[in-house]
Design a protein around this ligand. Structure first.
Ligand SMILES: [Fe+2]
Ligand SMILES: [Fe+2]
Length: 206
């Protein structure tokens, strides 16, 4: 059984190793401006904004409940990165094209982070792993289509940059989860994945 000290050490290692690598791009590194089409891209970007609003709220939900020092370091680091994603993808959409359901995504995200936090670090890490696995695929599909249609290289760079972070988030969560998901955690993460799919479907329309 891995104790909390192990988790604190792992987080410190990860923070220092991420500090020793190339610096994360700031929003100013990528020249982002609102895109005017095609329609499928605007819909996908609307779902991306909704997803990043939810992602910020997930980590806020974790921080509102969890007092575990290693979890808090993990959540604070990820929160910074999700705020950057939200800023980036938001600049790609005009105000009129943004999702109308922002309060819903905030609440859903907050609960997705807060609820497993009552059940300990392992439940949180499995939740994050499920969310980020979904987001990786979601961004990859858009990246594939943009490449296939040779459209908007600036949007492509932003989505690739976000996806790279999401993969790191997923892998960190996977590494930190000390035990296999139990029966209830599996049911929970199944619902998190299902909820993410429904959210994307709605955000692409509203
Ligand atoms: Fe993100
Ligand atoms: Fe993420």
């Amino acid at each position: 059984m891995l104790g909390p000290n192990f988790l604190v050490k792992r987080n410190k290692d990860m923070v220092s190793s991420s500090n020793s690598g190339p610096p994360e791009k700031s929003s100013g590194d990528i020249n982002a401006k609102a895109v005017s089409g095609p329609d499928w891209l605007l819909r996908d970007l609307r779902s991306d904004v909704a997803g990043e609003v939810g992602a910020v709220a997930i980590y806020q939900g974790i921080l509102a409940v969890s007092r575990n020092p290693s979890v808090r370091i993990f959540a604070q680091n990820h929160l910074r990165s999700e705020r950057r994603h939200l800023q980036l993808v938001s600049t790609l959409l005009g105000k009129k094209q943004r999702t109308l359901l922002t309060p819903v995504w905030r609440l859903a995200g907050f609960l997705t982070g807060a609820l497993p936090s009552f059940f300990g670090a392992n439940a949180i890490f499995h939740t994050i792993c499920a969310v980020e696995t979904f987001v990786d695929t979601h961004y990859q599909q858009q990246i594939d289509r943009l490449q296939a249609e040779a459209l908007h290289p600036e949007v492509l760079s932003i989505l690739e940059s976000c996806r790279t972070d999401e993969i790191k988030h997923r892998d960190e969560a996977k590494d930190l989860s000390g035990a296999a998901a139990g029966f209830f955690t599996k049911i929970w993460t199944f619902n998190v994945d299902l909820g993410s799919r429904v959210a994307v479907m709605l955000a692409r329309r509203i």
